[in-house]
Design a protein around this ligand. Structure first.
Ligand SMILES: [Zn+2]
Ligand SMILES: [Zn+2]
Length: 457
């Protein structure tokens, strides 16, 4: 990539309408089909991704698994996996902390053992994924399906070049350059030679080491990290934002060494954590934290808790608003007829109407059900029962006030004698959730009548 070789960020001069413009003007390759598969398959990736599992499975059928080799393979899985999650992903793609040179070399070597391309290539794609999430400029666009975002995008030549993403910082990094230069011998040594030699030298199991800690371990690391692009964009909750596909799920975290809190991660990508609670499974975070404690990492970035909680609150309010919208609510004074005192008196002779807090209520369906007895209601027909209702005779419950409001049939002309107080707003509506554009003037506190304690949704 010529652009990333220079010191100038590759996205310095992109037009303001870059995404739309690029999608409109650059033509994608024709869709992948049986006709063009020979030409359009990425044969190198197909070989790596399909031949390894075949060798692994056949090899495992004819190679007994020793427990020492098994333990070593698991450790080696975490070693190479952390190279991707703590190294490629959180250190180089997102710069979420600073790593000392020894730690950088360690992660560069470990990451090479996962055989997922060099740091520079991987980070370039991943930065495009974050910048153009769910669009055709996202190299593993989750809208193209689970298979595509998991592995399909690597098996075929990309239909479109990923959107521009700057990696000039990585081009200057000596460790990244060193890994890029020695990448090929490094993957052979770290992914196959070392996991074969160690079991051979210490417990004489070269073949088991090669099959289990080499080949099969590599398959597991591959699909474990690929799950971040597929499973983490498909399974789970969206506790921080639901604008895009990333989701949080414990199961995804379990198979991805802690990268499964992906909804959080896409919201706060520069945070060194993916899981923010101590009990959530994020070994990558624990690894980085430990490296800081032993002096090998520093400047661990954490997004302000206040802003994280805002995201959570927004999503909680959104859910509550859906619940709110499923319920029936009393008529507002704007929707009710304005009735004069004389008319109120007149109509009260024909049906049981009672005035409370400036609203006229038709209580005909409730007279016999009134817990205090019908006589207390009947004697207030055609009268203002505000004082009696709010503690004069009995201090009615919130539920009673909510129910009363549902019986509104009119507003008394020149009513609302009690002004803007709790009595006008039923308790269920005092913390009403409203979108900002549903309020007449959201930043003007004097409009409090309908949203005295309302929340901007
Ligand atoms: Zn993602
Ligand atoms: Zn990321």
């Amino acid at each position: 990539m010529a652009d990333s070789k220079s010191d100038v960020p590759s996205d310095l001069n992109i037009p303001d309408n870059y995404v739309q413009h690029t999608l409109k003007t650059s033509k994608p390759l024709p869709p992948f089909s049986w006709k063009n598969f020979r030409r359009d398959l990425n044969w190198l990736n197909v070989t790596i991704l399909c031949v390894t599992p075949v060798i692994g499975v056949i090899g495992a059928c004819f190679t007994p698994l020793q427990w020492k080799t098994f333990v070593f393979a698991v450790i080696y899985y975490y070693f190479t996996g952390l190279g991707i999650t703590a190294g490629y992903h959180r250190l180089w793609a997102h710069r979420s902390y600073n790593a000392s040179l020894p730690l950088q070399y360690f992660l560069a070597v470990a990451g090479a053992g996962a055989v997922e391309g060099s740091i520079k290539w991987w980070s370039r794609g991943h930065r495009a994924h974050h910048r153009y999430t769910d669009t055709d400029l996202d190299p593993y666009n989750a809208h193209k399906g689970f298979f595509y975002s998991h592995i399909g995008w690597m098996l075929m030549k990309p239909r479109r070049k990923p959107g521009v993403a700057d990696v000039s910082d990585l081009s200057k990094n000596p460790v990244v350059r060193w890994q890029h230069k020695w990448y090929l011998p490094m993957i052979l040594i770290v992914s196959f030679v070392i996991p074969t030699v160690i079991p051979w030298y210490f417990w004489n199991d070269a073949r088991g080491g090669y099959i289990y800690a080499g080949v099969l371990r590599l398959c597991f690391v591959h699909h474990s990290t690929f799950c971040v692009n597929s499973l983490a964009h498909w399974l789970g909750e969206t506790p921080f934002d639901d604008k895009h596909t990333p989701r949080d799920h414990f199961a995804t975290a379990l198979v991805t060494i802690g990268e499964g809190y992906h909804n959080f991660h896409h919201q706060f990508p520069m945070d060194y954590r993916n899981a923010i609670r101590w009990y959530q499974y994020d070994p990558t975070k624990w690894f980085i934290w430990t490296m800081q404690k032993v002096g090998l990492a520093s400047h661990l970035k954490v997004f302000p808790e206040n802003e994280v909680r805002k995201g959570q609150l927004t999503m909680e309010l959104k859910k509550l608003k859906e619940t709110q919208e499923k319920l029936a609510w009393p008529s507002d004074s704007n929707d009710l007829p304005v009735i004069s005192w004389e008319s109120f008196q007149e109509q009260a002779k024909k049906r049981p109407l009672i005035l409370i807090s400036g609203f006229i209520h038709d209580v005909s369906s409730f007279v016999d059900e009134h817990p205090g007895g019908p006589h207390l209601i009947i004697k207030m027909i055609g009268k203002d029962a505000t004082t009696a209702f709010f503690g004069g005779v009995y201090d009615h419950s919130n539920a009673a006030h909510n129910l009363l409001a549902m019986k509104r049939v009119g507003v008394l002309h020149g009513g609302m004698p009690h002004g803007i107080d709790d009595k006008v707003i039923p308790p269920s509506q005092r913390l009403k959730i409203a979108r900002y554009n549903e309020l007449s003037s959201p930043y003007n506190s004097s409009t409090a009548y309908s949203d005295g304690e309302g929340i901007l949704g």
